[in-house]
Design a protein around this ligand. Sequence first.
Ligand SMILES: Nc1nc2c(ncn2[C@@H]2O[C@H](COP(=O)(O)OP(=O)(O)OP(=O)(O)O)[C@@H](O)[C@H]2O)c(=O)[nH]1
Ligand SMILES: [Zn+2]
Length: 206
Amino acid sequence: MEMTATAALQVIEDVTGPEEVTGPDLEAAERAAREFLQALGVVVDSEGTRDTPGRMARGYAELLSARPFRMTTFPNDEGYDELVLARDIPLRSVCQHHMLPFVGVAHVGYLPGARILGLSKLARVVEHYACRPQVQERLTKQVADHLAEQLQPRGVGVVVEAEHTCMSLRGVRATGSRTVTSTLLGTLRDDAASRQEFLALTGVQR
Ligand SMILES: Nc1nc2c(ncn2[C@@H]2O[C@H](COP(=O)(O)OP(=O)(O)OP(=O)(O)O)[C@@H](O)[C@H]2O)c(=O)[nH]1
Ligand SMILES: [Zn+2]
């Protein structure tokens, strides 16, 4: 997706249908970043820092811009009925309270029904919902709900483990603490053995 200097309507194509979002106004963001730094007493007048407000604007725009993707699915011709799990999908998002990054991994799995999903799409769904101001609980549930709605599998499981820099680098400074959230749907929620297998494979339950 091409980022434009002026606010523009962009279309993110995904299986939920075209979703209209306002694109970043990078010039306005750069002006605001310059004022923000000035207000904090940060001087940006050297060769090395002159472009810092622009870099901040582009950096945040990138963190908040989801890339378009398609939820490619295939018929489950072999009738595969065991767990499909993508473990340790790298994740970075921005907490909506402080606009500071949280970083970690997502484990995303499903029990196939009539169709199976292109494997990369498990990571793309995570990225799609991570590229916006978030709370970890909502991110976890949105990924699970999306898969449930679009794939109609027998079960969905999503576990997110992340370190919130707003909690580790500032404030309480609980360095190294990771927050774990999970959403289980369908058979992975209701059937104790399936649930246990999923949690064991993610490493959450040993
Ligand atoms: N539930 C939840 N809370 C989050 C998440 N990310 C950040 N927070 C919390 O949001 C809360 C905001 O609380 P406030 O008391 O308004 O903010 P604050 O004064 O900066 O709080 P401290 O971080 O405790 O210094 C903090 O407790 C954060 O840890 C998240 O993904 N989920
Ligand atoms: Zn925060």
